[in-house]
Design a protein around this ligand. Structure first.
Ligand code: F3S
Length: 547
């Protein structure tokens, strides 16, 4: 929003723009509360709907209340492709790209290849949508979707509800895919009807003769309960292979698995039982709608009675905003990312799994095959959901009357001179393959509140890899970073470019870049460069002087 303001266009030019407060929720000081107030006022002034803190996680709320088949969606969060669950082409981008689009500018991307994932058969009891995407991550890896769009087809599609589809499209981001999309069919209509939005439905499917760059076939009936091991979403194995590893924390929630279906299932499995004394279990509902519905139908009471610690609707532990595990703990989460340190505890071991596997771990205190819990409960969802949009504030009718409220932590955006004809400096840091934006600019309750204050947040660049980086970069008057494959994967966090720019980083050499991070580097004046010969990576040492 600081960037949109800097562009100087008074009202957004999109059909719809929505601002969500979901990541920076903990108010341990004035910073986040000030940011919430700023965001609410700037949205009112510039024609943007404002989803209030507590109203839910952006992707879950957008799917419920706004997502329409056959439309495009650009979001400044890498899990924006969740919208593909309702047949939307939803793409994650950096904040500046989104600000430009809100101002009516075009969004540029390299046209992706299209991969067809053909789903056959039907999931067995205790195996769920999470296992489908974990299976794809096991097969294709976190680089497998780079430069690609994933389109789901085949007879297995009709067996999956929209929230299940959204779990899959959400974690298409972990494949590195530009986006993922399901057809719009009867399941889509049922979802939109339940949301009171049947008028938004239209049927959409791939042409029968559509051609694809590649095809992957998944037989749903052959899948087993899976889990991604630390510290990458593609380190996937069958739960039973882990031999009942002891577990200290379980978290159900995040934009991947916090729908009404997920929480009803969690409550049903916990009803009348007790969370293992060695486990701390949290549940964060994905939206206020989900929270209200589980409150009214008794599911919330069942979870509270079972010993669950219920959190507000928001990202929470997924982004390290509270609930950091104990030292060295094994934490099993229904989330989408398990990068080292993202939980807020550097030596925690985070596993990603379905809500079914999470509950089995919570009850037994071990990573257990959920099929040991007995009969699989049937969860029936109501045909009509509770619709109450009072948590989404419309923009002001008269923008002139709105004053934008800024707190002392909100600093102007730093800028940089145009790059010169030649660049020189030292290699400040050399890193390995698959470096995430969490490595470059960590999240967590301590650092995230500094997002509106670039000088302050820049002190944490590469903190988990080399805490001396900011000091060295400033002393050297900037320089270069050398990276391996898929540099900048993960979150669309543009601070992973903005803060290094502030420290004087001029260029990054890598074997390859993740799409959003490469765009963010360009947007903030850092030159992304790839090696012509990959072995050159081995030749360049940290400390080398380059021109
Ligand atoms: Fe939030 Fe985690 Fe999703 S930070 S948007 S719940 S990936």
């Amino acid at each position: 929003y600081l960037q949109f303001e800097a562009i100087g266009i008074p009202r957004v030019k999109t059909d719809l723009s929505v601002s969500y407060v979901d990541h920076n929720m903990l108010q341990t000081g004035f910073e986040n509360a000030d940011d919430h107030r700023y965001l609410q006022s700037v949205a009112a002034k510039h024609g943007i709907y404002f989803s209030r803190p507590g109203n839910g996680i952006c992707h879950q709320v957008h799917l419920e209340r706004f997502g329409k088949p056959g439309t495009t969606l650009l979001g400044s969060d890498s899990h924006t492709p969740t919208g593909g669950g309702v047949g939307q082409i939803a793409i994650g981008a950096g904040g500046l790209d989104v600000a430009v689009a809100m101002g009516g500018g075009p969004f540029f991307l390299t046209c992706p290849k299209v991969v067809r994932v053909e789903l056959k058969g039907k999931l067995k009891p205790w195996v769920s949508a999470k296992d489908i995407i974990l299976h794809l991550l096991r097969t294709l890896t976190v680089k497998g979707g780079v430069g690609k769009m994933v389109e789901y087809t085949g007879p297995g599609v009709a067996t999956l509800s929209v929230p299940e589809r959204a779990t899959i499209t959400n974690m298409g981001a972990e494949l590195g895919a530009t986006s993922s999309v399901f057809p719009s069919d009867k399941q889509t209509l049922a979802f939109l009807k339940a949301q009171g939005r049947a008028k938004d439905w239209k049927a959409l499917a791939a042409d029968i003769k559509a051609s694809y760059e590649e095809t992957v076939t998944v037989d749903l009936s052959k899948l087993e309960p899976l889990v991604a091991q630390p510290h990458s979403p593609d380190k996937v194995v069958e739960v039973k292979s882990l031999k009942e590893l002891p577990v200290q924390q379980v978290c159900v929630g995040s934009c991947t698995n916090s729908s009404l279906r997920d929480l009803m299932l969690t409550a049903r499995l916990l009803k009348g039982k007790q969370v293992h004394p060695g486990v701390s279990m949290t549940v964060s509902p994905g939206s206020r709608q989900v929270f209200e519905m589980i409150s009214k139908n008794g599911a919330l009471a069942d979870m509270v009675a079972a010993g669950v610690r219920v959190l507000e609707s928001g990202c929470g532990p997924c982004i390290g905003m509270g609930q950091s595990p104990s030292s060295g703990a094994v934490s099993v989460r229904s989330f989408n990312r398990n990068f080292e340190g993202r939980s807020g505890t550097k030596d925690a071991k985070v596993f990603l799994a379905s809500p079914e596997v999470c509950v089995a771990a919570a009850l037994t205190g071990k990573l257990t095959d959920p099929r040991k819990l007995g009969a699989y409960p049937k969860v029936t969802l109501p045909p009509k959901f509770t619709v109450d949009d009072r948590g989404i504030l419309p923009p002001a009718k008269d923008p002139k009357t709105v004053e934008v409220l800024r707190g002392p932590n909100i600093k102007p955006l730093p800028t940089r001179e145009a790059l010169g004809d030649s660049l020189s400096g030292v290699v400040l840091l050399k890193v390995v393959d698959n470096i995430t934006t969490d490595h470059i600019m960590m999240a967590g309750a301590k650092v995230l509140p500094l997002r509106s204050n670039i000088p302050a947040i820049s002190e944490y660049v590469f903190y988990t890899i080399d805490p001396t980086f900011p000091k060295r970069a400033k002393e050297a008057g900037g320089g270069f970073v050398v990276g391996g494959e898929n540099y900048g994967q993960g979150s669309s966090r543009e601070h992973a470019a903005l803060a290094p720019m502030y420290l004087g980083v001029k260029g990054v050499w890598a074997k390859s870049f993740a799409r959003i991070h490469r765009s963010n580097l360009i947007n903030f004046g850092i030159l992304p460069m790839t090696f012509v010969t990959l072995s050159d990576y081995d030749e360049i040492a940290q400390g080398a002087k380059l021109e």
